[in-house]
Design a binder for this molecule. Structure first.
Ligand SMILES: [Zn+2]
Length: 63
């Protein structure tokens, strides 16, 4: 068993490649950015939450 990776920071770092999706040569954000603090919103099933300022955006799909 390999040794555990160093974990200096509690906060889990997300790779940039996981935040963005390249489609047709264009770089598209997977997640929206917070309108308040411009941080990356954490995408959830039906909502997006900002981990920095607590901004919450609920995405309601129209039927
Ligand atoms: Zn925010």
């Amino acid at each position: 068993m390999p040794k555990k990776a160093k974990s200096k920071s509690k906060h889990k770092n997300v790779k940039m490649s996981e935040k963005y999706v390249v489609s047709d040569g264009k770089l598209t954000r997977k997640f929206k950015s917070c309108p308040k603090c411009k941080s990356m919103l954490a995408g959830h099933k039906d909502r997006a939450v900002c981990g920095s300022c607590g901004f919450k955006e609920v995405s309601v799909k129209k039927e």
